[in-house]
Design a binder for this molecule. Sequence first.
Ligand code: FES
Length: 82
Amino acid sequence: MYVCICNGLTEKRVLAAARETGERRSVGALYKKMGCKPQCGMCLTHAKTIIKQDDYAAKIRDKAEDCVEAAMGFGHGAPVSL
Ligand code: FES
């Protein structure tokens, strides 16, 4: 699915760029990473949503890993809260 018609950016490409830009990701950094700039701006909300969803998914994965480590008894003793 296309996120940005002006630059021909798909969700897959935006997500890949979002994952490459590091911890503190902004839409500006994202477009820069992809070598383009927003034109009309209609895609910005969707691009921000992709970043937020990916950040949230990463947090869930981290929590799941903590739970597995705690369940297997080789965690560092830190409490796990979901
Ligand atoms: S749709 Fe992305 S800048 Fe126009």
